[in-house]
Design a protein around this ligand. Structure first.
Ligand code: UVW
Length: 358
C-alpha cells in the first residue's frame, strides 16, 4: 500500500517521556471533561496552530491511488466476497465475543460530549386493542458516532491546510473540502452511509502482555507489536491487505473505574505503527482506549497525527473504546471481525456492537 505521505521510518522512532507542558495542554484544553471555558479556548487555539503544521508532509493525498478520486468508502472497499471467505477460515469453534462496550451515561466521554437516554413515559404508549398492548420507546441525545465504543468514519477527521476559516482548504479523505461536505442536517459527503459493512480477518496484539503498566504518552512501537506476535505464536506475514488490527494496551481497565485518568491521555500507537499499518494495507485499527493513538503525542507540536494519517489521508477506519478482555482470557488473537456501521446519512461515525467470532 502507498505510504508516500509518511516520513522515513527512521525519523519516526520516538518514545520520549511526556513533559509538563504537554500534560497541561491536554488536561487544560483538549481532553479533560470538566474544563474551564478559558482553558478550553486556549486548547482549541493550540490545536488550530498545530493543525496548520502538517504532521508528516504537506503533500496533497488525493486522489486516492487505489480507490480513485470519487471514492467515499475508503478502506471498507477491501471487504470483498473473497475477503469474507478468507475471514470465515478463522472461525473454528463458533464462539462470539462482544468487543464493544455497554453504552451508559457514566462512561468516559471526550471533552463535552454527552450521552443522555430518556424513556418518554412508562409505558410510552398504549394500551392498544383488546389485547391491551403497551410499548416503550427511547429518546437519545448524544454524538451518536462519537461516544462509547465508536467507529470513526471519514467525515470525522480532516486537516486544515490554509488559513483559519477557509473552508476550501480544510481537507478530508480524497481531498473533499469542508465547503463541499458541510451541512447542518448531516455531512453532504463522506457520511458513514458510504462505508461498507466489515467482515474481515482480525488480529489482536496484546501489547499489555509485553509492555505492562503503560502510561499516557507512552508510544507503542513496531518492536512491541513484533514481541506480542512472537508471544502469541503469530506471524507478521499473516496480516494481509484488508485485515483489521487491534491493540490491547491495558488502558481499558480504567473504563468507568477512573474516568478522569482514562480521559487525560493514553498510551497508544504513533506514527511509526501508523506507517506499518499503511504499508500492510489494513482496513481498520482498533483499541481499548478512546483514540487508539498515543496522547499526548511524543512530538509536542502534533495533535492526533495518527488520526490524520490513517483516516484523512488513507481512508483507514478507527474503532475506539473497545473491550478485548474476553478474547484475551481465552487467548484468542485471530478471529473474524464483524461490524456494520449504522448507516445514518451524514453521520461522522457509528456506535454499535462489534463482534469477534473465533
Ligand atoms: C477526536 O475526536 C479528536 O478524537 P476521537 O476520534 O478519539 O474521539
Amino acid at each position: 500500500m502507498d505510504s508516500r505521505y509518511l516520513q522515513d521510518k527512521d525519523d519516526l522512532k520516538s518514545s520520549q517521556p511526556i513533559d509538563e507542558d504537554r500534560r497541561n495542554f491536554l488536561t487544560a484544553g483538549l481532553v479533560g471533561g470538566a474544563v474551564a471555558a478559558g482553558a478550553l479556548a486556549a486548547g482549541v487555539a493550540h490545536a488550530q496552530q498545530v493543525a496548520q503544521a502538517p504532521a508528516l508532509s504537506a503533500a496533497p493525498w488525493w486522489p486516492h491511488p487505489r480507490w480513485g478520486k470519487d471514492d467515499q468508502g475508503g478502506a471498507s472497499n477491501w471487504i470483498t466476497p473473497a475477503k469474507v471467505l478468507d475471514a470465515v477460515k478463522l472461525i473454528k469453534d463458533g464462539k462470539i465475543y462482544r468487543i464493544g462496550r455497554v453504552y451508559e451515561s457514566a462512561m468516559p466521554k471526550f471533552g463535552e460530549r454527552a450521552f443522555t437516554l430518556r424513556i418518554p413515559g412508562t409505558p410510552t404508549g398504549g394500551p392498544f386493542g383488546a389485547n391491551k398492548l403497551i410499548y416503550h420507546d427511547e429518546f437519545l441525545a448524544t454524538e451518536i458516532g462519537q461516544t462509547g465504543t465508536q467507529f470513526d468514519g471519514l467525515a470525522h477527521i480532516g486537516i486544515q491546510m490554509g488559513k483559519d476559516g477557509d473552508m476550501n482548504d480544510m481537507r478530508y479523505y480524497n481531498g473533499v473540502t469542508e465547503l463541499e461536505m458541510a451541512g447542518a442536517y448531516g455531512m453532504k459527503k463522506l457520511g458513514i452511509e458510504n462505508c461498507k459493512p466489515f467482515f474481515t480477518r482480525g488480529h489482536l496484539f496484546d501489547v499489555e502482555a509485553v509492555r505492562p503498566n503503560l502510561e499516557a504518552g507512552q508510544e507503542i512501537m513496531v518492536a512491541d507489536l513484533r514481541a506480542a506476535l512472537q508471544r502469541q505464536n503469530m506471524q507478521e506475514a499473516d496480516i494481509k491487505e484488508g485485515d483489521a488490527v487491534f491493540f490491547n494496551t491495558g488502558w481499558g481497565k480504567l473504563w468507568m473505574k477512573n474516568n478522569d485518568k482514562y480521559n487525560n491521555g493514553e498510551p497508544g500507537i504513533g506514527l511509526e505503527v501508523a506507517k506499518w499499518c499503511i504499508d500492510k494495507g489494513v482496513c481498520l485499527t482498533g483499541g481499548d482506549s478512546w483514540a487508539v493513538e498515543v496522547v499526548p503525542n511524543p512530538n509536542k507540536d502534533l495533535a492526533f497525527p495518527v488520526h490524520g494519517e490513517l483516516i484523512t489521508k488513507h481512508g483507514i477506519y478507527n474503532h475506539e473504546n473497545m473491550d478485548f478482555s474476553g478474547l484475551i482470557a481465552d487467548r484468542k488473537y485471530q478471529f473474524a471481525y464483524i461490524f456494520s456501521p449504522a448507516p445514518i446519512k451524514g453521520a461522522t461515525g457509528s456506535n454499535g456492537g462489534p463482534i469477534a467470532v473465533t
